[in-house]
Design a protein around this ligand. Structure first.
Ligand SMILES: Nc1nc2c(c(=O)[nH]1)N[C@@H](CN(C=O)c1ccc(C(=O)N[C@@H](CCC(=O)O)C(=O)O)cc1)CN2
Length: 288
């Protein structure tokens, strides 16, 4: 039976640390600020944004949520991003993804000041991660949160095999870069990969982020592997489930994340952590 990696608890511990850092900044009269831009009326996005706002407020972070209609033009949206780029009370800016059809998400993200790019999606920050540059820069929150989770297991990653199934800009690609930067031997696969099971069975660390319900079955997993399920899918009864068949996998894996309560909570906790990072870096304070 695998260790169940408790994302909720790890996120709670991380939030406690973040709250303490916010309190230390407050003693110097500094308040970290986060601006979240949401365009259109995607119900899931509205929930994520509300949760980000609530968590920020709870931790003592200034939170600004800018709700915009799906009819907004690219130029108007770029203008709004610029106002936050120039607002000294805002240290982190993000545009909730996905954007409505017709808006160029990449161009909007590229307009965010890279020093305020709290999602780590700006091409400059993506390039820094890929190049494993030293120094301070933001990175995508979900994979950074997964690295935090892996850190709690006290397992040596160096030289071991990692397989990342999924190639998105939010999870798969930055995840592969972070595991490579941790000296793992990394293979990226995706839904078109042939003989996927043969590959996943080689993984000491298996990260799955495809959006395909139960793509990974129990015997696709190497015995004792660490299995990280980033999926958030709905089964035929509407119940939230993952890309990994948890019930089958739990008997093969050494450690596994559940869905819900695994990776998901780490995304917002890491966003809060990174908002404070950006604030400290802008003030040239912390070394996190
Ligand atoms: N600009 C961004 N857009 C999106 C990101 C992102 O990191 N930046 N990630 C996702 C959505 N997301 C945050 O924005 C997010 C997704 C899921 C969770 C979470 O806590 N999931 C829970 C289950 C929640 C439920 O019951 O539905 C879990 O897995 O336990 C948090 C944040 C896409 N867009």
């Amino acid at each position: 039976m695998a260790i169940i990696i408790d994302g909720k608890q790890i996120a709670k511990d991380l939030n406690t640390q973040t709250q303490q850092r916010v309190a230390t900044l407050a003693q110097q009269g500094i308040v970290p600020g986060l601006a979240v831009i949401i365009v259109g009326d995607d119900p899931a996005s509205a929930i994520y944004v509300r949760n980000k706002h609530r968590k920020a407020v709870k931790l003592g972070i200034k939170s600004v949520v800018r709700e915009l209609p799906a009819t907004i033009s690219q130029a108007e949206l770029l203008e709004i991003v610029q106002t936050y780029n120039h607002d000294d009370s805002i240290h982190g800016i993000l545009v909730q993804s996905p954007l409505p059809v017709g808006l160029d998400e990449q161009a909007i993200v590229a307009a965010i000041d890279p020093a305020k790019d709290v999602d780590g999606f700006h091409p400059l920050n993506v390039g820094r991660l890929l190049a494993n540059l030293p120094g301070h820069y933001p990175v995508s929150c979900t994979p950074r949160g997964i690295m935090t989770m892996l850190g709690t297991l006290n397992e040596h990653l160096r030289g071991k095999q990692a397989v990342v199934v999924g190639r998105s800009m939010i999870v798969g690609r930055p995840m592969a870069a972070m595991l490579l930067n941790a000296d793992m031997t990394v293979t990226i696969a995706h839904v078109h990969t042939k003989h996927l099971s043969d590959l996943t069975r080689t993984a000491d660390v298996l990260v799955v982020a495809t959006g395909v319900t139960h793509l990974i079955k129990g015997n696709d997993i190497k015995r004792g592997a660490i299995v990280i399920d980033v999926g958030m899918d709905r089964d035929e009864n509407g119940k939230l489930t993952g890309d990994v068949d948890f019930d089958a996998a739990v008997d093969r894996a050494g450690a596994i994340t559940p869905v819900p309560g695994g990776v998901g909570p780490m995304t917002i906790a890491t966003l809060m952590q990174q908002t404070v990072d950006l604030c400290e870096w802008s003030e040239q304070l912390g070394s996190n």
